[in-house]
Design a protein. Structure first.
Length: 95
């Protein structure tokens, strides 16, 4: 079983690799709730010890690209700008 990030960023690949697997898809009540959860997840990464920060940044950039929030390129990723909010909400809505 897998939940949340990073697995959600590669869910399509997992379904292709395991076509007979049972998949339960959950969604947020709104794009705004998803966005708050998404940013909270990465906000905590900003306080990682220095030895882990580089790996987390690489992971974060991969996930932001796969989720459609690839416009976000600075670290730490908060506070989010209006453009980042609009880009991520549009990506959420399009999927």
């Amino acid at each position: 079983a897998v939940v949340d990030l990073p697995w959600s960023a590669c869910s399509h690949d997992l379904v292709l690799a395991y076509p007979d697997a049972k998949v339960i898809v959950t969604i947020r009540d709104s794009a705004e709730k998803w966005y708050r959860s998404y940013w909270e997840h990465f906000r905590w990464g900003a306080i990682f010890p220095p030895g882990l920060t580089h790996s987390f940044i690489a992971y974060w950039r991969d996930v932001t690209t796969k989720t459609g929030c690839g416009y976000v390129t600075r670290w730490p990723p908060w506070p989010p700008t209006d453009r980042e909010l609009a880009t991520c909400l549009a990506a959420y809505s399009s999927h």
